[in-house]
Design a protein around this ligand. Sequence first.
Ligand SMILES: NC(=O)c1ccc[n+]([C@@H]2O[C@H](COP(=O)([O-])OP(=O)(O)OC[C@H]3O[C@@H](n4cnc5c(N)ncnc54)[C@H](O)[C@@H]3O)[C@@H](O)[C@H]2O)c1
Length: 253
Amino acid sequence: MNINGLLAIVTGGASGLGKATATMLAAQGAKVAIFDLNEEAGKAVAAELGGIYVGVNVADDASVAAGLDAAEAAHGVARILVNCAGIAPAVKTVGKENAPHPLDTFAKTVTVNLIGTFNVISKFSARLATAEEIDGERGVIVNTASVAAYDGQIGQAAYSASKGGVVGMTLPIARDLAQHKIRVMTIAPGIFLTPMLEAFPQHVRDALGAQVPHPSRLGKPAEYAQLVESIVRNPMLNGEVIRLDGAIRMTPR
Ligand SMILES: NC(=O)c1ccc[n+]([C@@H]2O[C@H](COP(=O)([O-])OP(=O)(O)OC[C@H]3O[C@@H](n4cnc5c(N)ncnc54)[C@H](O)[C@@H]3O)[C@@H](O)[C@H]2O)c1
């Protein structure tokens, strides 16, 4: 799809990979709506890009419905959805003093990363299903999994389960939405330099970057956004997960 002039929704667009994606989409001429819990950062990014911020909790049914109402009122029906909202707690299955993994942490991770992603996909797609076609398609969805879906590390049981779910639902959702001419793709990033990693000392970042075979460094959020752009533009990309990771295969720790 040609991006210019379309409405795009980016969940988690206040920070990191989502912010880089919102920036790319705005630069390509899209009207961007940022769905995020972080009001201060979300408003700042929206103002910078000439878009709108909508306070949305992706895991909440009514919140997503209201967010889509607000985006549609401002810009019309959205054609592009990029799901970047996510959380990444690190907890072992059996932790200190042999305490079991708190179930609420596991449930919250799956609720935000997996159920939240599906929640936005289904409601976004329902609105788009009857929109006019543009060059033989109606819209594009890009989800964010992680290489942890395949090689999760110690402490990543909940995170890997949630991202494995995103990988697993990519093809069936693409098949469901084919009749509506909406494509669905998922990116599984390796290690990217977002605010989460910027908090680490330089030597820790260097050590993480050195684990990447080539290029031997952390990914740049703009490189994630570049793949989103390719996916949106290329009509044959559908129903697939792309690892974007410089060939890293994560070690157990
Ligand atoms: N940075 C990496 O190395 C990396 C690697 C693999 C996968 N990912 C995935 O990429 C996505 C973006 O990661 P990031 O590094 O940019 O993280 P980030 O923490 O910088 O940004 C995530 C954003 O999501 C928002 N958010 C969290 N929960 C939300 C909710 N319930 N509703 C709405 N918004 C919510 C946060 O407020 C934040 O702005 C995540 O899904 C993450 O799991 C990141």
